[in-house]
Design a protein around this ligand. Structure first.
Ligand code: DC
Length: 230
């Protein structure tokens, strides 16, 4: 038996623990991890900094032509940092200001076309774990392993709150809850590739699962799908 490299697509609502799982999984199986949400966040950051009106088609098209996104491996963090026109923007893309605008920006057709084309390029050689909202349904419809993550809303709010509190001690639980509810609504009701569980995706509810439990489960699924007879 020998292992074939596969594509692992992980989708789900915000703060279900997708990136934690994807990052751990990629490190364990020696794959690249790509956070597709970071791309939409970096585009949003560029729009905010440059006063781009995401409702104006021409402004959006002109801005996208000036945006160059790359993932640079960070040896210390054992994951990739996103660079926007050669600037590491891993931290500023986590700001509340970006979180408040990213869903409407990610709903713009031209923005999605731009990001999806780059995501597909990154997956050409397989051996990749990518998380997002439309990875199994649109970006890699033929991915060998598709996972759709869900978690109890209260658990998600507390997870995101703890994450944001580390860099912004003024943030409140209500602000985080409101932002998550709004993003869930926009992400799942937008016209362009709304958040949906792909028909062949495995549902993973991790509300009461430890990180180790979920990682073991998923590694089992990867093994099943990547082992082929020699
Ligand atoms: O995963 P995240 O919370 O960092 O994603 C930020 C936003 O980007 C989220 O509100 C929806 C959008 N997104 C998307 O539309 N498609 C993806 N593949 C990934 C993220």
């Amino acid at each position: 038996m020998s292992a074939n490299k596969i594509i692992v697509a992980i989708d789900g609502f915000s703060s279900c623990g997708k990136s934690t799982l994807a990052k751990q999984l990629a490190a364990r199986i020696g794959y690249n991890y790509i956070d597709s949400g970071a791309m939409y966040r970096a585009i949003t950051l560029y729009f905010l900094r440059n006063g781009v009106n995401y409702n104006n088609h021409d402004e959006v098209v002109a801005a996208l032509a000036d945006i160059h996104l790359t993932f640079v491996f960070n040896e210390h963090a054992k994951s990739s940092d996103i660079h926007l026109n050669d600037e590491d923007v891993s931290l500023p893309i986590r700001d509340m200001l970006v979180a408040e605008k990213v869903s409407p920006v990610a709903a713009v057709k031209e923005v999605r076309k731009f990001a999806v084309a780059q995501q597909q390029k990154l997956g050409r050689k397989k051996g990749i774990v990518m998380d997002g909202r439309d990875i199994g349904s649109v970006v890699f419809p033929d991915a060998e392993l598709k996972i759709f993550m869900v978690a109890d809303p209260a658990v998600r709010v507390m997870r995101r709150f703890k994450e944001m509190y580390a860099t912004n001690p003024h943030i409140t639980i209500d602000e985080v809850r409101h932002n998550l509810e709004l993003r869930d609504y926009i992400d799942s009701t937008r016209e362009e590739s709304p958040l949906r569980q792909a028909a062949d995706a495995i549902l993973l509810d991790n509300s009461s699962m430890s990180r180790e439990e979920q990682l073991d489960k998923v590694i089992g699924w990867v093994k099943e799908r990547s082992m082929v007879s020699a």
